[in-house]
Design a protein around this ligand. Structure first.
Ligand code: NDP
Ligand code: PYC
Length: 340
C-alpha cells in the first residue's frame, strides 16, 4: 500500500484481502466472502467506483441490520431442460451465481439457449462480471434485476422502479467481449451516493427532489426520486426488468423489495434473471462467418472514432493490473473502521 496526498494506492491482492477481512469480520462465511471480494476487486480494478470498494460499506450495513443470512448455502432446482433456478436462501447473490453457473452454461450448450433465475438474494453488485463470465465461455449473455423502488416512471414523480441494470456480452474471437452494462435510471444510485459523500453537485436530469423539482443536490436526490435514462424508453426497459426478473421468476419487484426492507436500509432483496445463447448452436456450420460479420459491425463503430461500451473499463483494467488501484483516503478510512 502506498499513499499520495488524499488517495491510497492498493494492489489488487490488497483489495481482495482487505475485502475478505471486512466481510468475514461481519460474519460472512468464507465462500460468500471470497465470491464478493472477487467481484468487488474486479469492479475497483475496472474503475467502476460505485460498485467497487465502496460496496464494502453497503455489505457491512446490510449485514449489521440483520436481514442477510451470512452463511446461506445456495441450492439448485432443475426447472426444465433450459431453465435452472438457484435459491440464495436470503444470502448475497454472488455465491448463488457461482453455484449455478456451470449447470446454466451446460444447459445453454445443450439447448442453444438457457435461463438461470437467482431467487431470494440480497443484491448489490454490477452485472458485467457475470455476463463477461458467460462470454468467456463463448456464449452470448444477458442479465438483469430489479432493486429498490427509487426511480419514477417517465411522466410521473413517485418512485416505482428500481435502478434496474441490464447487461449484455457478446464473445469476440481473440479479444475482449463486446459488453454493456447500465442502470435503466439515468445513473446508478451508487454514483449519487458517492456524490453525496463528497458533497458534489449532480446533473439536474438525474433526479427530482421530494417536492418533484429537478435537483443538483445529491442528498435531496436520494430523498426524492431518480429519473429513468432516455425518458419513456428507459422507463419501458425498467418495467420489462421488473416483469422478467421479478414477476416471471416468482420474486420481488422493486416496490416489494423496498417494503420488505422495512426502512432498515439493507441492499435490495429480490431475484435476478440471466439468459445465455450459444452461437455454435444458432449458427451451426456458419458459426465462424457469423462471428466475422459481428466483427465487421463492431469494426464500423470504432473505425469512425466512436468507442465501444466497456472500452474505458478495459483500459482501466490494464492500468490497474500494472499500477494498482487508487481510492480516496476518506473511503479507505471508512473501510478500515469496519474492522474495528
Ligand atoms: P454508466 O452510465 O457509467 O455506463 C453504462 C454503460 O455505457 C457501460 O457499459 C459504459 O462502458 C458505457 N458507456 C459509457 N459512456 C460511453 C460512451 N461514451 N460510449 C460508449 N459506451 C459508453 O453506468 P451506470 O451508472 O448506468 O451503471 C453502473 C453500474 O451499476 C453497472 O455496472 C450496473 O450493473 C450497476 N448497477 C447495479 C445495480 C444492482 O441492482 N445490482 C443497479 C444499478 C446499477 P464503460 O464502463 O467502459 O464506460
Ligand atoms: O447503484 O443503483 C445502484 C445499485 C442498486 C443496488 C446495487 N447498486
Amino acid at each position: 500500500m502506498s499513499t499520495e496526498s488524499t488517495d491510497v494506492v492498493l494492489t489488487l491482492d490488497e483489495v481482495y484481502a482487505l475485502s475478505c477481512r471486512v466481510l468475514t469480520r461481519h460474519g460472512l462465511s468464507d465462500a460468500h466472502a471470497n465470491a464478493i471480494a472477487h467481484v468487488i476487486t474486479q469492479c475497483q480494478r475496472d474503475e467502476c467506483h460505485s460498485h467497487g470498494v465502496y460496496r464494502l460499506l453497503v455489505c457491512a450495513r446490510s449485514l449489521r441490520v440483520g436481514k442477510v443470512n451470512p452463511r446461506a448455502e445456495p441450492t439448485l432446482r432443475d426447472v426444465s431442460a433450459g431453465i435452472v433456478a438457484v435459491d440464495a436462501h436470503h444470502g448475497f447473490s454472488l455465491l448463488a451465481f457461482e453455484t449455478g453457473l456451470p449447470v446454466f452454461l451446460d444447459k445453454a450448450r445443450q439447448q442453444g439457449i438457457a435461463a438461470m433465475a437467482i431467487n431470494h438474494c440480497y443484491h448489490f453488485s454490477a452485472l458485467w462480471p457475470e455476463v463477461e463470465a458467460i462470454a468467456a465461455q463463448g456464449l452470448v449473455g444477458l442479465a438483469m434485476n430489479p432493486s429498490h423502488s427509487w426511480v419514477a416512471p417517465a411522466g410521473g414523480k413517485e418512485p416505482v422502479f428500481g435502478t434496474n441494470p441490464l447487461a449484455f456480452a457478446w464473445p469476440r474471437p481473440g479479444g475482449q467481449p463486446f459488453v454493456f452494462d447500465f442502470a435503466t435510471s439515468a445513473i446508478a444510485r451508487g454514483d449519487i451516493e458517492l456524490h453525496a459523500r463528497q458533497d458534489k453537485a449532480i446533473p439536474s436530469h438525474w433526479a427530482i427532489d421530494s417536492a418533484g423539482r429537478p435537483t443538483t443536490d445529491a442528498k435531496a436526490a436520494l430523498q426524492g426520486a431518480m429519473q429513468t435514462f432516455g425518458g419513456h424508453k428507459g422507463s419501458a426497459l425498467a418495467a420489462m426488468i421488473e416483469l422478467l426478473a421479478g414477476a416471471l421468476i416468482g420474486d420481488l419487484t422493486s416496490m416489494e423489495s423496498q417494503a420488505y426492507d422495512e426502512g432498515v436500509g439493507a441492499t435490495p432483496y429480490h431475484g435476478e434473471l440471466l439468459i445465455a445463447l450459444d452461437p455454435k448452436v444458432f449458427l451451426g456450420d456458419d458459426y465462424e462467418a457469423g462471428l466475422a460479420r459481428a466483427e465487421t459491425l463492431l469494426g464500423a463503430v470504432v473505425a469512425q472514432g466512436a468507442r465501444l461500451p466497456s472500452q474505458r473499463r478495459f483500459d482501466a483494467r490494464a492500468r490497474s493490473l500494472r499500477d494498482g488501484v487508487r481510492i480516496s483516503r476518506a473511503l479507505y478510512d471508512d473501510v478500515l473502521a469496519l474492522l474495528e
